[in-house]
Design a protein around this ligand. Structure first.
Ligand code: NAD
Length: 500
């Protein structure tokens, strides 16, 4: 594939050429031009928000039931399926350096979001009948909880989820009855354009979805727009904090899926070879460029050396190299800045006294491209930068502990709280430790993620959850409708009569 181009955005049901500057993305493996995107300018963002507001107020979308809205959206999965292997996955590999096998496998997660919606919509649709507790009488009256769409949603996603992290916002927001302005990262502009075409083909009314792949300035304009009611954001913690500050003056609703420094806690009863294999799925994915990965591995001090060696051998055996090769499972990092950030943190680990077990720089034989060797440190103190900061690359910090309580304390001694895992042959013990870690997504003896199960973080890893019925409710306001007249003790005429 030569250089790809995206120079159109979907606003108010029409394709237009955006007015922002050009963004050039280089191939992470060859450094050749990979993609040219014309960025969304301020006028494009303003037009998109206006179109979404108008559609929210006037189009039939809001008047439809969640089931009817889901029926419009679910066929979009078929269209994406038709275009995944030939267009979506190859673009992701060319632009983001994601190994081709991984890029193809991402379709599973994307379609999982559609399956999740199909499953949860009935549960979501049910208005809830509730009964109050009453005042002094102790007998409450009946009421109803109605879930109404929150309004215009800004959906902002990073590059590393391909379409997945846009779909986790856009689809539930739409089923809830909202209208959406989506701003995916420029690196995913090809996929975003295909998604926009698929939504249009499905017959979604004009203005209900507006899709403008673009850069940070476009994102800033969007989140600060007074007509945006909710911002659904996935990205770095630094950007999440800036967005929270930006929406605070108007109290816009907010969901934030941010960074992590998740701990894999290896208990002292495990078999070394088994745990080294179990750690792989939570460490190697996306060449370490995924938010929930286990970048800190906590091990019993007496077994640190053997586990470090076994994990190092396991990660070293993962096929590494050219992302185009179907055998490759770990490739280059997304861009030069990402590579330099990882190399900088590797140097900090060396300087702060951690022991290098594997890797430690750029691999031999890769003069072009933003490759970083899979790197394992042991003897890491939890105060070191490699234990505290998100690397977003294949750099793993092994931290030794003496007691189970200390392991839990180390896991919790982090500004982040996104995910984690516990490895043990004793399920009751693993369950106890998992519940002691302050993080939103925990696994036992592996690394579990599922589009139908709520995902999100504690502490500085975010606010809110995506997935499941909780991920749908996020896009609603709750209206409580009281029916006091339906209860004899609390209805007006009865009270008035009893006063005489
Ligand atoms: P990033 O924060 O630089 O950018 C993410 C998106 O936000 C992009 O679309 C960008 O254009 C936009 N953006 C950046 N600053 C903005 C601002 N001030 N206002 C509005 N929009 C803004 O992140 P990235 O480098 O693209 O992605 C990597 C980060 O994303 C990592 O920190 C990773 O942990 C995080 N992430 C989190 C999750 C999760 O679900 N918790 C999932 C994937 C990635």
């Amino acid at each position: 594939m030569g250089e790809l181009t995206v120079d159109r955005v979907l606003v108010g049901g029409a394709w237009t050429r955006p007015t922002g500057p050009e963004i050039r993305v280089l191939s992470p493996s060859t450094e050749e031009p990979a993609l040219r995107v014309v960025d969304a300018g301020p006028e494009d963002i303003d037009r998109a928000v206006a179109a979404a507001r108008k559609a929210f107020e006037q189009s039939p979308w809001r008047a439809m039931t969640p089931r009817q809205r889901a029926d419009v959206l679910l066929p979009v999965a078929d269209e994406l399926g038709r275009r995944w292997a030939g267009e979506i996955a190859p673009a992701f590999t060319q632009v983001c350096g994601t190994p081709t096998t991984v890029a193809h496998a991402f379709s599973g997660g994307a379609f999982g979001i559609f399956a999740d919606l199909a499953r949860t919509v009935a549960d979501f649709e049910a208005e809830k009948a509730v009964y109050g507790v009453g005042g002094r009488s102790g007998i409450g009256h009946p009421a109803q909880l109605v879930y109404e769409p929150v309004g215009v949603v800004a959906a902002i996603a990073p590059w590393n989820g391909q379409l997945y992290l846009t779909l986790t916002k856009l689809l539930p927001a739409l089923v809830a009855g909202c209208t959406v302005v989506a701003k995916p990262s420029p690196e995913t502009a090809i996929e975003a354009t295909i998604l926009a075409e698929a939504l249009q083909a499905a017959g979604i009314p004009d203005g209900v979805v507006n899709i403008l792949p673009g850069g940070r300035e476009a994102g800033q304009r969007l989140v600060s727009h007074p007509d945006v009611d909710l911002v659904a954001f996935t990205g770095s913690t630094a950007a999440g904090k800036a967005i929270m500050a930006s929406v605070s003056s108007r109290l816009a609703r907010l969901s934030l899926e941010l960074g992590g420094k998740s701990a894999g806690i290896v208990l002292d009863d495990v078999d070394t070879a088994t745990v080294a294999g179990q750690l792989l799925s939570g460490t190697a994915l996306m060449t370490g460029q995924a938010c929930a990965l286990l970048s800190r591995i906590l091990v019993p001090r007496t077994r640190q050396d053997e586990i470090a060696e076994a994990f190092s051998a396991a990660i070293g055996s993962v096929p590494f190299g050219d992302p185009i090769d179907p055998a490759t499972m770990m490739g280059p990092l997304v861009n030069k800045a990402g590579m330099q950030h990882a190399l900088d943190l590797i140097e900090s680990g060396k300087a702060e006294g951690a022991t290098l077990v594997r890797g430690g720089g750029r691999p031999n034989g890769y003069d072009r491209g933003w490759y970083v060797e899979p790197t394992v440190f042991k003897d890491v103190e939890n105060t070191m930068r490699i234990a505290r900061e998100e690397v977003f690359g294949p750099v793993y910090a092994i931290v030794a502990y003496d007691t189970e309580e200390q392991a839990i304390a180390i896991a919790n001694d982090s500004p982040f709280g996104l995910a984690g895992a516990v490895f043990s042959t004793d399920d009751a013990r693993a369950d106890r430790v998992v519940r002691s870690v302050r993080a939103g997504v925990m696994s036992i003896n592996g690394f579990g993620l599922d589009p139908g199960i709520p995902f999100g973080g504690y502490k500085q890893s975010g606010i809110g959850r995506e997935g499941g019925v909780e991920g749908l409710r996020m896009f609603t306001e709750i209206k409580a409708i009281h029916r006091p007249a339906a209860h004899p003790l609390t209805n007006g005429p009865a009270l008035a009569a009893s006063a005489h």
